[in-house]
Design a protein around this ligand. Sequence first.
Ligand SMILES: [Fe+2]
Ligand SMILES: [Fe+2]
Length: 271
Amino acid sequence: MSDAFVARSLEEVRFWSRIMKEHSLFLKLGFRCEDTQLINEANQFYAIFEAIENRANAFTMGTDPHVIKKFNEEVHNAVSYIWAFKRKVLGLILRCQLPGANNFPLLVDHVSREANYFRNRLSELNKGTLEPLPDAIIDENVFFLRIMADHAKFISHLLDPSERKLVEQANHFSQEFDQLLFQAKDLESMRPQSQTVPLLDQFLDQNRVSVKSLRDFKKTARDLIEACKIKSIIHPLLADHVFREAEHFLIIIDMFENSLTGKPVQVRFDH
Ligand SMILES: [Fe+2]
Ligand SMILES: [Fe+2]
């Protein structure tokens, strides 16, 4: 175990524990006031992930890797519980047992996929078994392109229908990312023959262009929502949350690009 293990672990846990904490809040806001048991469960998860986030922020690069490994196991356990909670809520919604609640089934499935992703990252870090680069490039892009396509759909459906121009833009992003996801799936089924440096490089370049433009759209939406300049039922924190997830995907794309081409890591000033 090395410095890289501590650095990667802290980065992942700091980013995703905040995300899990916010999911608890969004789920809570979508429950009906009589669903007090579900609201209590969501509040408990909020407190658990807030505590994990604080602990992750208190660790430093000098922390003993064994302490971090133990911490990752604890976080993995908490993430398993929130994943099960999200799947339980999805089951209730799909069986029409929460009529009138305001969480879309796709949103609940989406946040459970993010929990599952976080859980896998923690297992990989602790086992020290990273996927080979060409597989990681395809798998991570398949995962995140679907996440981005979902975000565009959530934005489109949570904007007020009278915001016709913005709804149209969100729908356009939804189609664009569905198409990119299919292209990624095509590359996936063509592997290992598709895993050449030029094809993977072009794949990353093409995805980066679209993610940057979606990231900018989300930033604009977030600023407009915060300033109360547009009509929607999007919580300002949800707007910021999906913006941060796009930023995170861009960092991953750049990291892959650098590993693939051996380019030096660039400091990004474009946001
Ligand atoms: Fe999320
Ligand atoms: Fe998301």
